[in-house]
Design a binder for this molecule. Structure first.
Ligand SMILES: Cc1ncc(COP(=O)(O)O)c(C=O)c1O
Length: 254
């Protein structure tokens, strides 16, 4: 990975001129089954950019789990920075939440007492529920409800590749049920820095503006994207071995 970083071809990514970043974004869009992707410094910034891109006006509402990273561990950035109200629903032990509770929470009325609900955020794997992989049926149900009501779904997929490995499906299969997703290269994928967000072309175009606003526009970022590309080719294919090791550790075997 260090060698790939040292020999990376670079350009100014703020102007879209870094060939290694461009290659990474193209590869991730294809891997995720989305139109486009954007390299960002961290998972926290990827989530904030995604929420800000879906909720362009201040005062909109996002529904998310009480145990979600966005709610617990991102300093309330969606409220502090973006003026988005967090409406939380208790996570079940398996990381899901009850669809009926989501229905009760959604506010789409013109009554001026209420904010408009715009977004539902899921997390897969669900870190604070013990790294649980969300059942695909749950994701499908949430997406079905959101689509019916004109809401968007964002996935905090910091460990999306672990979820895909555990389910033995390509990540695009999971992401069929969300409008946007973030994924971290700097977790189990062994990179020093870097996350990616993916969605439609207009979503990523706006996300790129928001990344710059938040100070996340990087210049010769190809040295970091090269590490991410290395992880796609060399670390992701062996994630199942990490899972076997984790199972052994959990069971106390050697
Ligand atoms: C589920 C989840 N989302 C987002 C993040 C944030 O990632 P970063 O540390 O790159 O900001 C983390 C970090 O541990 C995480 O576990």
């Amino acid at each position: 990975m260090r060698e790939a970083m040292a020999s990376a071809e670079v350009g100014d990514d703020v102007f879209g001129e870094d060939p290694t970043v461009n290659e990474l974004q193209k590869k991730c869009a294809s891997l995720f089954g989305k139109e486009d992707a954007l390299f960002v410094p961290t998972g926290t910034m990827g989530n904030l950019i995604s929420v800000m891109t879906h909720c362009r006006e201040r005062g909109l509402e996002a529904i998310l789990g009480t145990k979600s990273h966005i709610f617990i561990h991102e300093q309330g950035g969606i409220s502090q920075v973006a003026g988005v109200l967090a409406s939380t629903i208790e996570n079940n032990p398996d990381g899901t939440f009850d669809i009926d509770k989501i229905k009760e929470r959604i506010r789409l009325t013109d009554d001026p007492h209420f904010p408009y609900t715009r977004l539902i955020c899921l997390e897969n794997t669900q870190n604070m529920c013990g790294g649980k992989v969300l059942p695909m049926s749950f994701m499908q149900d949430v997406y079905g409800l959101a689509s019916e009501l004109g809401l968007k779904v964002h996935l905090d997929g910091a460990r999306l590749m672990n979820a895909a490995t555990a389910l033995n499906v390509p990540p695009s299969e999971i992401l069929k049920y969300v409008d946007s997703a973030s994924m971290c290269f700097s977790k189990g994928l062994a990179c020093p820095v870097g996350s990616i967000i993916a969605g439609t072309k207009p979503f990523i175009k706006q996300a790129k503006r928001t990344r710059k606003l938040l100070g996340g526009g990087m210049r010769q970022a190809g040295v970091l994207a090269a590490a991410a590309l290395y992880s796609i080719d060399n670390i992701i294919p062996r994630l199942h071995i990490d899972h076997q090791h984790a199972q052994m550790l959990a069971k106390g075997k050697s």
